[in-house]
Design a protein around this ligand. Sequence first.
Ligand SMILES: *Cc1c(COP(=O)(O)O)cnc(C)c1O
Length: 375
Amino acid sequence: MALNSGLGGQLSIDLGALARNWRALDKVSAGALTAAVVKADAYGTGIDMASKALHAAGARFFFTATPDEGMAVRAAVPDAHIFVLDGLYPGAANLYVRQNLMPVISSLAMLEEWLAKCVERNEAYPSAFHFDTGMNRLGFRLNEAVRVKERIEPLGYAPQMVMSHLACADQPSHEKNRTQFALFGSIVAQFPGVPASLANSAGLMTGRDYHFQMVRPGIALYGGRAVSGRKNPMAPVATLHVPVLQVTEARTGESVGYGAAYVLSRNSRLAILGYGYADGFLRSLSSTNRRPGGKVMIRGQLCPIVGRISMDLTIVDVTDLGDNLPSPGEGAEVLGPNVLLDDQADAGDTIGYELLTSLKGRYNRNYVGDGKLPS
Ligand SMILES: *Cc1c(COP(=O)(O)O)cnc(C)c1O
């Protein structure tokens, strides 16, 4: 652990909002189980605290990317059902068994290794099977279903779930959704009686047809926009304030920051924030005179980032605040209820997922609320 004075940026995670988001999605997917995807340190919010809050809200099924993340959830929530999306790492079956982690099996090699462990211990250890229906990412190819069935049927083994993943769910009218839906249907039909799962956050919001027996929301739990071009109904979870270090004046025609990439067109007041790309403030949020960048909120007003974001510092134009200037040490909101995750991500030509999972390093992370229902 780094020494921590409590000075510097404050990342506040609202566990009450996280819990409300889970319950809202659980209502939408009534009839299917609502899992919680907590990979990548619960999208940057902290896997330990997030998993506990989600469990208190009612979640019992968790998806991680890696076995290490699976172990983190196991420690936080002893009775969780945990799926590991990366599948079975070679040679790691004993660890999965010991930690009661379910690999999401995506290849015949993984399947062989898992079945060998089941046979060795004479125990049908649970797993899920992932079929690729059009991403060309992880998953069995569709034509491997026959082979998979030939391997498991003589052993009397069945997976807990068959699943697939949508490539374009954020665009509900994209024709690929229907293609993948149909292909997934053909897989489901080959595993009668086995629960099925297709939907991420966007799939969940797209419609009931996509729910099957379990939905797997991630980004929507953390307040991010799942479906493009629609109002985002989720509550923001992460709020980040970073300190103003100094306010300076600069004149028309002077340049700002590295590469002299931004030239001032008026006499300006600039606030220097103690926050940069090393903290996850992506350089794509930088601005030039031709291309606007991100904004932060200071004293109730949105102020534009000027010039290139550097490793530890960001320069913001506060001229329009007039005499209502921030004092050194005062916080600027970089993400939160006034600077929405997806607006900031749009300004940086990226997605809320990347911005949220990039937050790291030099903040004090504090948690407010919990997963419990208000009494
Ligand atoms: C990350 C992931 C999810 C969650 O996706 P969101 O878009 O964050 O809701 C669901 N399923 C799989 C396979 C994933 O990799």
